[in-house]
Design a protein. Structure first.
Length: 103
């Protein structure tokens, strides 16, 4: 009987950010009020907005045997809550700067 070991070589995940989410983040924010504190010209005021939403992530796991002869992969769809944070500086639109899974 021959023993064989399988190694996980790579794990990829692909997150699809819902377009409606970005519109919600950008649309629900009121414009920033002008700061009462004097801010030097070299600094920039940054507006931010965060929201939590459920989204689908596809995780792909690639594995290979110890003799490098056999390999395979599996796709695992995952539904998980994510926290998205957008910021808006001197540009006209919000940009997604940070996203993290809450699971």
């Amino acid at each position: 009987m021959q023993n064989s070991t399988t190694y996980i070589t790579t794990v990829f995940s692909k997150l699809d950010i819902p377009e409606m989410l970005l519109e919600k983040l950008a649309g629900n924010r009121a414009e920033m009020k002008t700061s009462e504190v004097v801010i030097p010209n070299i600094l920039e005021t940054i507006d931010h907005s965060s929201t939590e939403t459920y989204t689908t992530v596809n995780v792909e796991v690639i594995f290979m045997s110890d003799d490098f002869e056999d390999f395979g992969y599996i796709h695992v769809p995952v539904i998980t809550p994510f926290l998205f944070t957008c910021t808006k500086g001197s540009k006209d639109e919000f940009d997604v700067d940070w996203a993290t899974s809450l699971s």
